[in-house]
Design a protein around this ligand. Sequence first.
Ligand code: NAD
Length: 360
Amino acid sequence: MEYKIALIRGDGIGPEVVGEAVKVLNAVGEKFGHTFTYEEVLLGGCATDAVGKSYPDGTAEKCKACDAVLLGAVGGPKWGSDKPAEQRPETALLAIRKDLGLYANLRPAALRTAMAGACPLKKETAEKGIDLMMVRELTGGIYFGKRDKYQTEDRGMEATDLMAYSEKEIERIGRRAFELARLRRKKVSSVDKANVLETSRLWRSVMHRLAAEYPDVQYEDVLVDNCAMQLVRDPGQFDVVVTENMFGDILSDEASMVTGSIGLLPSASIGDSAPGLYEPIHGSAPDIAGQDKANPIATILSVAMMMRYSFHLPAEADAIERAVDAVLADGWRTADIAEPGVTPIGTRQMGDRICQKLLG
Ligand code: NAD
């Protein structure tokens, strides 16, 4: 089969980690007889430098003409909050997600066996295993609600951010969660704050209606404060965790920390029709950019997610994940995950070793 992939290399370490992911894509093509072609798409600080705005005209159209989008990372001190919105890389990220209709963010947090020592939790907790999938609603809620800032007569400045959700928005993300659970261990934990928030009560009622449609999937409601606690007390209890935008933003970072390095964690953002967007959860790491020090594994595992969720190629996804695990089991580490006494390898060498395992 032939697949066209939009490559957004971005800023900082983005181009380095995407470069290794492309090597892996080509190795998958060779091994399984697929052809991957690439469309370079400029977005982020590098686009601001080149054309004056971080989200150049026609970006969404270019991506929509592809089967999937692979993004490295964008941002850096050069394009900080003092710059106008159209020049800031974060503006471009929000815009592309919105224009591609990517309403579901999937973030697996899995403790890779060879990396169990990197888990900051108690040994007995880590030994139970951690393998959960955070499903975060990405285009609604307080991050997209009406906001205001105004002067009051007696209380100084006041600001508001509106959190709004519609049944339709909740239902489509909920369905994603239940469908994913069917491919995994068949459990959905829906996280809300229904004891306080009206949006959460609506969220919960829609989830209950869906739960009745998926009787083969075990369902539970979890309050967000309790979920934050359970993620460090016993993360092994979770399979698919679904939640709204802001709760998901915070909880997915917490979940990723319990598995060790952010350099290992991929993510996918998907919608109903447009191509999915695959990216590592980490940022552009300006402190190590251009030094061959970045860990490319999160981006390479994002390619595995692309195989699984956009191209429906589970064998190819498994092969990438197995190759990563084999390289880690052999003891190879980039600097961010190297145990004391281990001499780290560079970005390119890590990519090459994963390709060798894949083709071996
Ligand atoms: P960061 O994730 O870039 O870096 C945090 C720390 O982790 C740094 O010490 C960095 O060196 C290290 N790190 C990150 N990825 C690594 C990797 N693959 N290998 C080895 N070490 C790695 O977060 P930050 O420093 O808060 O942000 C830097 C820039 O990235 C900011 O401009 C921010 O806005 C942007 N950012 C972009 C995205 C994205 O593109 N989706 C996400 C988060 C942050």
